[in-house]
Each structure stands twice: as structure tokens, then as C-alpha cells.
Design a protein. Structure first.
Length: 615
């Protein structure tokens, strides 16, 4: 049996796909994509840097993608390129000289560093990390190592990073720099250069770029702008490990307190940056980590992108990440003129009001005692205090938790201190919210539960509470002669989506198991979400819980048109199908299992099984 502890997938990995060598097979491409982000190696990162204290306590940072591409806003020569805006040089195949020439149009006269820093503060964020240099090679700072900088190549001429550093220092916000160490599309010796290589070029010439640009620029960034909280490196790709090591030594020498993220490559870094936008459903087992996310879809400003996250969604994602023990870095993409899109400002300010009103439930907290979240919301912890963040008010007005191995001393609504009734029935704790209904509470009410000792959760099985629907995801399963695999694909260019599936069924004896802790023995209606390739169509399956079972047949789920960005076979769409009613007669620990009855091909990919109380 393989117990799936969370493994970091290079899930959203790899724009690399589009610029890896044309001589690689699909399997090799897959491998080089994993390598692109250096995440496999990063699994061994031991979280021991003293600065991780603030990183873990503060939880929340602002990410900023800003550069020449922001002025283009997703448009090149009257054509819109849908996808992450900062990749427009790549998407539109803009020749190096033309791209560089565009710097004459970058003139962010409306940029106000203080206003930006104040926005981060209003949002409840404690750190700002900005693209000092992205893959296009353009520097938002003055540099002796390049002429392709805001100071030398634009009409604006002033050092933007200096302004930001001063504003951060004045306002008490930490500053970090994003620096693309490997990819540099305008440097003839940089990684994934987009123009014609100089005569006699050999891959080892990367060294020229590294010595002449990376080392001097990282030195400048860590010398001329005061205390730097972190350098956020990205896309190491196949850059030899020695370079990553050299950067670690440089950063540590110049500013020993400065953190480095795992995308430096080579297995280095102080903490792990998960695949883009991934909020892990099960607590990762990787030391310190962060999720990076966007306020809309694209990292840098794109004129058409209006998929703004609501204030509540922002708060929910922050809480989910904090509840799994991580930190959250949320991106905004200023426009070329330096202003922030209005909707991002509105959402950040409104979510910030909630964060501030519930600051004790966020800052300085630790993960939930439960490795997984709940469908009604999630939990953060501080010593004997548990904070229950209620995203969805439960229909019956009560939240059910298993006994926490401690006595309850008090339960209040954090908003206003009003008392909440809690009852205990043997192994079950009920938090009664009925009397709160109709009251004017904040977007996510928080119940503060004070215990007489820290909560103890002895079994990490998924809690099936009999009140709310519960989805058993592939990531939570234990597999036997089948396996859990993360798939990734792009919708618009660079917007990675990921699904995890139980797949690769070897025989009729293969099985997948989910441990559940049933708080209410009852009937549950069962839904399965699966993808199924043509050769696995008409497979038959048995889903069981003890002696009770449901038999079902699966059908081809159809290929997705986004497959062109996906290596290997076409990505299948998912089907979500109601399977019927399952009796779970026994409270306490149970197992939900799925096994093939008649297996065709390698079988289906199961994304999840939902148990919904049947009434
Ligand atoms: C990288 C950049 O290429 C992108 O422009 C943006 O800056 C983003 C934050 O980082 O893109 C990545 C990097 C890593 C993964 C996915 C996209 N990953 O590991 O899944």
C-alpha cells in the first residue's frame, strides 16, 4: 500500500514545454518540465533559516508583476495575446530589438510608491515582492551591468526600486525582489534567448550572461536598496546547480537575513514555493512553504482580464493556506502608467478590512490540527485557541467536529465577543451557530474556541459530519496497484490548471482507499468525478464502505481542446456523475474503497468522490 503523503508536483509546471529542445521525447519533455522548477529536489529543504519566523508569522505578502509588458497590457501590434501578460514577448514572438525599443514607451508617471505600499498595508500584507527583473531582462532599477533599465532606456529615467524601497522603509513593510536568474530573453547568452545567437555560441556561454549580468545585478539589488527580505528566483530550468549555489552564497554574504525561495533551483532555498496558484487540500510535508496566487488571472496587467477574485474569495484562500501551515502571496499587476486596476484596489481593501478585524486568527497562528480542511471552512490555531473560519454557514446551524482531546473553556464569535453554544456528545463536538443567523456578521465569521490544552487530533481521516458534503480527493487517498498523479494544462497561455487523479489501474485487484471518520451514521448520496479515455470506456467499478457497495459503469469523457499545451495524450474532460445512495451504518473510522469490476485499458482517472448527506 502506498500512503499518499502530499508530494509536491511540478503541477502548474512548465511553460518550459514551449521552449524545451525540439529533440526531446514526450517523456523527456515531462522530465525537463519537472526540472524547470527544481521542485523535486526542493522536497528536502530543511526549514531552518531564522527569518522563517517572520515568514511563518506574517502569512501574507503582496506580489507585483510590473514591467514593459504592463504597458503592452496583452496587446502587440493591435493583436491581443490571451495569457499571462509578462510572457508577451514570447507569445507574440517579438524580436529582441523591437522589444527593447518599446522601452521608449514606458513612462509610469502616475506611479506612487507610497500609495502602493499603503495599499499592501490596507490589504493586511506585511511584505512586497516585485519583479525587479523578469524573463524579458528589463530592470526596474538602475544597473551598471545593463543598459536595458528603467533609468537608461525609458523617458521616465528614475529608479523605481529606489522609490519603492524608500516607501517600504517609511511604512514598515518588508521588501523582496523577484529576479529571473536563468531566463533572460534579451541577453544573447541568457537562458531561452529569443533572438539570433552570436557566432560560435555554445550553451556554456551562459556563464558570460551569469557573470556579467546576474551576479552584478543581484549584488546591486542587495547593496543599494537597504534591507531586503527575500530574493524570489524563478524558473531555474536546466541551469546547472553550481549557479544556484553561487547565488545562495552571494545572497547570504551580502544579506544573511535575506530568504531565498525554492525556485532558485538545485535543491537550494529556504522554503518551498508551490506550483502557481495551488492551494493544497492536504497539509504539505515540506517545512516552510508558500502559495503564490493572483487577484485575477494574469500576473501582469492584461486589458481584457476581469476575472477578479472577490474579497471573500481572497480571505478564503488566505485562510486555507494558513490552515495548512503555509504563507500566501497574492499578486497585483499595475498598468504601464503605474496605477493599480481599480477592481484590485477595491478587493484588496475590502479583504484587508476582514483580515484586520480578525488579525489574531491569522498572524502568528499555526496550522489547523486537522491536515485537511472542511467544506464549511477551515481552522487556524494559536496555542489552546482554535479559530473556526466559517465560509459557508451550515444549513442546520451547527458545525460538527470530532472530540478535540481537551475541554472547552469558551466559545465566542470573534467579531464582537458574543457567546456561542458548544455541546459535547461523546466523541462529537457541536458548535451551535443557529442563534447567530440573521445577525450582521463579517464576510467570514470566526468562532474562537478556547480549550484547556492544545487540540489533539489522533486520526487524520477525512471527517464526514453528516451535515455538509465532503469530497474525498485523489490527494487524500491511499493506493494499491494504481497511483495518484497530478496533471497540469494551460487554458490561456501560462494559466496553469491542475487536477489530481487516481489512475493507472494495473489489475482487478487494484484499489484506492479513503479513510473517513463518520460522525453521523446515515445514508449518503455519492458522486464521482472522473476522466475516461476511449480505451477505458465501459469499465465497471465497485465503490464500497464495509459491506455496503455501489456498482457503476464509466464512459469516455471527451478530449479537451486545451490539449495543445499538454505533453502526452490529450487531456480528457471530467464527468461528474451521481452514483446513488450508500449506507454508512457505523460511526467512527470507516473506509471508502473503489476497485475495478471489469477493467478496460488503464481504467479511469478519479478526481474525487463526494458524500452528501441524503435526506
Ligand atoms: C513563473 C513565470 O514564468 C511567470 O511569468 C510568473 O512570474 C510566475 C509567478 O512564475 O511561471 C511559473 C513558474 C513555476 C510554475 C508555474 C509557472 N510551477 O512550478 O508550477
Amino acid at each position: 500500500m502506498i500512503k499518499k503523503n502530499f508530494t509536491i508536483k511540478a503541477c502548474a509546471a512548465a511553460l518550459a514545454l514551449l521552449h524545451t529542445s525540439p529533440f526531446l521525447s514526450a517523456a523527456e519533455e515531462e522530465k525537463s518540465m519537472d526540472k524547470m522548477w527544481g521542485e523535486k529536489e526542493s522536497l528536502n529543504i530543511e526549514a531552518k533559516h531564522p527569518a522563517l519566523k517572520w515568514f511563518k508569522d506574517d502569512k501574507y505578502a503582496m506580489f507585483i508583476h510590473w514591467g514593459l509588458y504592463s504597458e503592452m497590457g496583452g496587446v502587440w501590434k493591435d493583436k491581443t495575446y490571451y495569457g499571462i501578460g509578462e510572457w508577451i514577448m514570447h507569445m507574440a514572438n517579438i524580436p529582441v530589438e523591437e522589444y527593447k525599443g518599446f522601452a521608449s514607451q514606458f513612462n509610469p508617471e502616475k506611479f506612487d510608491a507610497t500609495q502602493l505600499v499603503k495599499l499592501a498595508k490596507a490589504a493586511g500584507m506585511k511584505t512586497i515582492v516585485i519583479t525587479a527583473k523578469h524573463h524579458d531582462g528589463f530592470a526596474l532599477f538602475d544597473s551598471d551591468a545593463s543598459d536595458f533599465t528603467v533609468t537608461k532606456a525609458t523617458p521616465y529615467k528614475r529608479d523605481l526600486m529606489k522609490q519603492l524601497a524608500d516607501a517600504c522603509a517609511a511604512e514598515g513593510i518588508r521588501l523582496g525582489f523577484y529576479y529571473s536568474q536563468n531566463q533572460d530573453w534579451t541577453e544573447p547568452y541568457g537562458g531561452e534567448y529569443k533572438g539570433k545567437r552570436p557566432k560560435g555560441y555554445k550553451p556554456a556561454d551562459f556563464n558570460i550572461y551569469f557573470e556579467k549580468k546576474v551576479i552584478p545585478q543581484v549584488t546591486e539589488l542587495l547593496t543599494n536598496y537597504g534591507d531586503i527580505a527575500m530574493v524570489w528566483f524563478d524558473t531555474p530550468g536546466d541551469m546547472p546547480k553550481e549557479y544556484s549555489q553561487q547565488l545562495v552564497e552571494l545572497v547570504t554574504k551580502l544579506q544573511p537575513d535575506c530568504l531565498i525561495n525554492s525556485r532558485i533551483g538545485g535543491g537550494y532555498g529556504d522554503y518551498v514555493s508551490l506550483g502557481d496558484m495551488y492551494v493544497p487540500p492536504v497539509r504539505p510535508n515540506v517545512g516552510a512553504w508558500e502559495t503564490v496566487d493572483t487577484t485575477n488571472n494574469s500576473w501582469s496587467y492584461a486589458w481584457y482580464d476581469q476575472n477578479w477574485k472577490s474579497p471573500k474569495t481572497i480571505c478564503e484562500r488566505l485562510v486555507r493556506v494558513a490552515a495548512r501551515g503555509g504563507s500566501y502571496m497574492l499578486n497585483v499587476g499595475p498598468k504601464g502608467d503605474g496605477t493599480i486596476p481599480e477592481q484590485a484596489v477595491v478587493s484588496l481593501e475590502a479583504s484587508g478590512d476582514w483580515v484586520k478585524a480578525h488579525s489574531e486568527a491569522i498572524y502568528g497562528t499555526t496550522a489547523s490540527p486537522f491536515d485537511q480542511g472542511f467544506s464549511w471552512g477551515d481552522i487556524t490555531t494559536n496555542g489552546n485557541d482554535l479559530y473556526l473560519h466559517v465560509f459557508d454557514w451550515p444549513a442546520k446551524g451547527a458545525l460538527r467536529l470530532p472530540n478535540l482531546g481537551a475541554n472547552i473553556k469558551s466559545a465566542i464569535i470573534l467579531d464582537d465577543g458574543s457567546e456561542v453554544e458548544v455541546t459535547e456528545d461523546g466523541s462529537i463536538l457541536e458548535v451551535h451557530l443557529g442563534s447567530q443567523v440573521g445577525r450582521d456578521l463579517s464576510i467570514i465569521p470566526v468562532v474562537k474556541l478556547t480549550l484547556d490544552s492544545p487540540a489533539k487530533v489522533t486520526n487524520q481521516a477525512t471527517q464526514v459530519d453528516g451535515l455538509t458534503p465532503v469530497t474525498l480527493l485523489a490527494e487524500m487517498a491511499t493506493t494499491d496497484a494504481c497511483s495518484e498523479k497530478g496533471y497540469r494544462w494551460m487554458e490561456k497561455f501560462g494559466e496553469w490548471k491542475h487536477d489530481h487523479f487516481i489512475q493507472g489501474w494495473e489489475s482487478k485487484d487494484s484499489k484506492v482507499t479513503w479513510d473517513i471518520n463518520v460522525l453521523e451514521p446515515a445514508q449518503y448520496s455519492v458522486t464521482v468525478e472522473y476522466s475516461c479515455e476511449n480505451d477505458a470506456a465501459n469499465s465497471e467499478w465497485i465503490l464500497s464502505c464495509g459491506d455496503e457497495s455501489i456498482t457503476f459503469i464509466t464512459f469516455e469523457s471527451g478530449a479537451d481542446s486545451t490539449k495543445s499545451f499538454q505533453p502526452g495524450p490529450a487531456r480528457q474532460r471530467n464527468f461528474k456523475v451521481n452514483l446513488g445512495v450508500l449506507d454508512i451504518p457505523k460511526a467512527g473510522l470507516n473506509q471508502i474503497q473503489v476497485t475495478p469490476r471489469i477493467l478496460k485499458g488503464k481504467g479511469i482517472g478519479i478526481k474525487g468522490i463526494t458524500l452528501q448527506p441524503y435526506r
